[in-house]
Design a protein around this ligand. Sequence first.
Ligand SMILES: Nc1ncnc2c1ncn2[C@@H]1O[C@H](COP(=O)(O)OP(=O)(O)OP(=O)(O)O)[C@@H](O)[C@H]1O
Ligand SMILES: [Mg+2]
Length: 508
Amino acid sequence: MFEAGALFGFTGTTMASLMFFWSMYRQFVPYQLRDYLEKCFYKMFGLVSTSVHIKFTEYTEDKGLKKSQAYDLIRNYLSSKSTARAQRLKANESKNSKSLVLSLDDHEAVEDVFQGVKVVWSLSVWKSDNQADSSEKRYLTLSFHNRYREMITTTYLDHVLREGKEIGLKNRERKLYTNNSSQDYSAWREGRWSNVPFDHPATFETLAMDLEKKEGIKKDLIKFTKGKDYYRKVGKPWKRGYLLFGPPGTGKSTMISAMANFLEYDVYDLELTTVKDNSELKKLMLDTKGKSIVVIEDIDCSLDLTGQRKKKKEEDEDEEDEEKKAEKLLKRERSERESKVTLSGLLNAIDGLWSACSGEKIIVFTTNYLDKLDPALIRRGRMDNHIEMSYCRFEAFKVLAKNYLEIESHDLYGEIERLVEETDMSPADVAENLMPKSDEDDADICLRRLVMSLEEEKEKARKLAEEEKKKKEERDARRKKKKAEEEHKKKKETEENGDVFRDNGNLI
Ligand SMILES: Nc1ncnc2c1ncn2[C@@H]1O[C@H](COP(=O)(O)OP(=O)(O)OP(=O)(O)O)[C@@H](O)[C@H]1O
Ligand SMILES: [Mg+2]
């Protein structure tokens, strides 16, 4: 009734009166009689009507409990159309409570035009007369002229569902997921991942790094998001791996947040040490959605993935002090006890057959020590893009100064440029120096503090280099001495063996 009215262009007043009679009719006419009258009406109307109606219910018809996905997608699609054209709207808070979301009100209709064809969507509510069941059931009805049946039921509906999906993804509240430990039974029963709203403020604008490199990464990400057809054409799953490496405090984690904000993706922070074994890792990965970044931070500490390097490490072990050795052993033992995820399990998780289950996924590893990782883990194709996050140089400093002090130049810039190029200070430390600590701290005070810190750091680095040099010389001397002793011992042994042989010879 409403859809037909809207389709034939009734005015708002006419619609309001019709709706008044409609609600009176629903209230006072008994259900059985209404059912009979409606059947007759639709039969008569169908004989003369040229319009077609398609009904989309809020809940699926089978058991009536599961929400219909198509209904939600259509509501998404209609939200902008309704805001622009409908007379009565319903206002709801968005999921993150930051804004209001307007949608079509109950018993309201809105027009849409597609390829020059007019269609009408209307939202109806059906309320059960059964006293025990007070639930309301909503459904959307699409009405259009019979002449366009073919086009509307195929092209138009595809268009609505596709657009609705995109709008839904854009409006959704982004999430930061962490994996639940399977040892924690109650958490694991709730789901493999727990989530909180993702609200990190980092962006590429606030990220301090070489500008050219930054632009390159942004372009790479954009190309990836638009690459659905390309990836299909070349026969690759639609995913991309990034390896971020560099010293602590150079912005690896910040970069991940900036990437997620730039692409509007969710983040899955995968803590490998709590994953029991390869099969659990597989399940966790299968449980991640598309349009997301899966992150494994500090991959070198998460697991002992460097089996084949153990030998080399053990060779060097005599050069390390006892304390470090004990610490390493403890770490290795702990990770072996806690997790049985193996290198091949992880490789499978990244690009095994089933990893292609949901597309548009970015996988990021971070590490402080690139050379500790197994080459198989970081080869191109698995980790496609290797990004070095380096100590703060002048370009990065300028970004930080702009962020923290809102300045683009200063008399001290020349001195700072020289110092940052000569000194290895992380952006995290530079940022800490630049941050005003009280209301009296202006740009001048903060920059002077930075200069002092840089000079101290430079001096510390000089002393450290000297100490290192001394230690190396001592180590070399020790090694030389050890070698000489061994050679001497060998020589002595050979001589003694010779003597024995001679003695034995004499005996014979
Ligand atoms: N490149 C950068 N640009 C802007 N801010 C940065 C940058 N690097 C570090 N910071 C600041 O320093 C803090 C620490 O940085 P972040 O956690 O990203 O370092 P990280 O490289 O992940 O360190 P770690 O190796 O210890 O995990 C951040 O919260 C941020 O404020
Ligand atoms: Mg980090």
